[in-house]
Design a binder for this molecule. Structure first.
Ligand code: 17E
Ligand code: FE2
Length: 419
């Protein structure tokens, strides 16, 4: 290979490999792909000195609602802080959605995320709204951003598949229009029976339209919310396994141990993914408790210990459910370390994997993800020593390379000691 065939050579980075080891390397990129990784590569047309910074695969945002992002306070603020007041506020806000409104806020949020190293995103789009504006808007966004970020869109029936007479048909229409993933919300269906029926319907639609599944499941402190067992049973029987995701599952943190241990065993019989949103669920849940107050989190440590795939999301960035958020996945991992007590060094490293490799697994990205010769040149460069350091300091992402192009760069802030 002649030297000029490398378009871009990254010099002297420290490459974080999938097994957690780190090697100092150069990386060469051409035609949007990684073409060589080695100690001292030939010159390229462009060169970037990484100064021994950490090279990581991009962050994966496993769960966000881009349709509601950046609407906090519209038309009013969530005073109770509950999921249910959030749903009511959103119901008001969604009466006057336009494609332009959705697209502007979604693209702004995705840019914020991409500048902080996120290059893969799964967004829910509320499809329990007459004109499917949120869904159509996000499908247009998926196309508009595809040169720099990969977006998956979930058809999410916020008001329940059976909560209104048209919602089932709207779900199916959303799949015909091209939603990537079938969503659901069984704990918010009018009855337990409707909740069970909705899970069966979701699996039926996923098989009929050949789509992935991602269900908002048991996002409540009610220890009787037990739709996860229905999802697990459907996953075992259908064999859909890794194509299925249970999001939130916060009630799992309230189940008695006898039931929870049985359920963990059933989960081991399939390979479904769990998505955890610790920033928002630590604020939404426990609102009906006095003291002690529950943490509103699923059994992250036990799931991780038994090898079940767990990945992380923001859920919200400045919307009726959560007014904070900057789109930085290291904030999400940092919160999880605390709330799930993932404080051992292997546990902290696992939290980093939950925003990288394990997110890729949830999104079923598999063969395209990771830093290896032949794969798309999607990678980020962090001002960090290793995974632990990246989470502890919520390290600056210095460079973002998407499909071989440098799409964002910054310097890490440098404070000078003056005495
Ligand atoms: N809708 C829902 O049902 N649950 C959530 N956490 C959000 C929207 C953000
Ligand atoms: Fe959500």
């Amino acid at each position: 290979m002649t030297s000029t065939s490398y378009e871009l050579v990254l010099r002297q980075g420290r490459l974080l490999r999938a097994d957690g080891t780190i090697d100092q390397v150069d990386i060469a990129i051409a035609a949007g792909r990684i073409v060589a990784i080695g100690p001292e590569l030939e010159p390229g047309t462009f060169e970037l000195d990484l100064e021994e910074s950490l090279i990581s695969p991009p962050f994966v945002e496993s769960h966000i609602h881009l349709d509601s992002a950046l609407t906090a306070g519209e038309p009013r603020w969530n005073q109770s802080g509950t999921l249910f007041e959030g749903i009511e506020i959103w119901r008001e806000r969604k009466q006057n959605l336009s494609l332009e409104d959705i697209k502007t806020r979604a693209i702004e949020t995705l840019k914020q995320q991409a500048m902080q190293g996120v290059l893969y995103v799964r967004s829910h789009a509320d499809v329990s709204e007459q004109n499917l504006v949120a869904l159509k808007g996000l499908l247009e966004v998926r196309e508009a951003v595809k040169d720099w970020i990969t977006l998956q869109v979930v058809a999410f029936p916020q008001d329940g598949i059976y909560g209104g007479p048209k919602n089932d048909a709207l779900m199916e229409e959303a799949l015909k229009l091209g939603a990537d993933v079938v969503g659901g919300i069984p704990h918010y269906e009018l009855t337990r029976e409707d909740g069970v029926k909705s899970v069966h319907r979701i699996f039926e639609l996923a098989q009929q339209y050949d789509r992935l599944i991602d269900i908002h499941c048991d996002e409540i402190d009610d220890d009787h919310a037990r739709f996860l067992e229905v999802v697990v049973a459907c996953a075992i029987r259908s064999g859909l396994g890794e194509r299925v995701t249970a999001s939130h599952t916060t009630a799992f943190g309230s189940y008695n141990n006898a039931y929870a241990n049985k359920l963990l065993g059933f989960i081991r019989r399939t390979s479904i993914n769990f998505v955890v949103n610790p920033l928002i669920n630590i604020t939404l849940q426990g609102r009906t408790d006095t003291y002690p107050k529950r943490r509103g989190l699923t059994r992250v440590k036990e799931l991780w210990q038994q090898g079940t795939n767990v990945s992380l999301g923001h859920d919200c960035v400045q919307d009726p459910w959560y007014s904070m958020g900057t789109g930085n996945m290291l904030d999400v991992a940092f919160m999880l370390v605390h709330v799930a007590q993932m404080t051992g060094i292997a546990e902290i490293n696992a939290c980093y994997d939950m925003i990288t490799y394990q997110g890729a697994k949830t999104l079923n990205l598999a063969s395209d993800y990771g830093i290896e010769v032949g794969k798309p040149a999607n990678l980020i460069v962090l001002d960090a020593i290793d995974r632990y350091d990246a989470i502890r300091r919520r390290a600056t992402v210095k460079h973002v390379i998407s499909q071989g192009q440098l799409i964002a760069s910054t310097n890490a802030p440098l404070m000078q000691w003056q005495r």
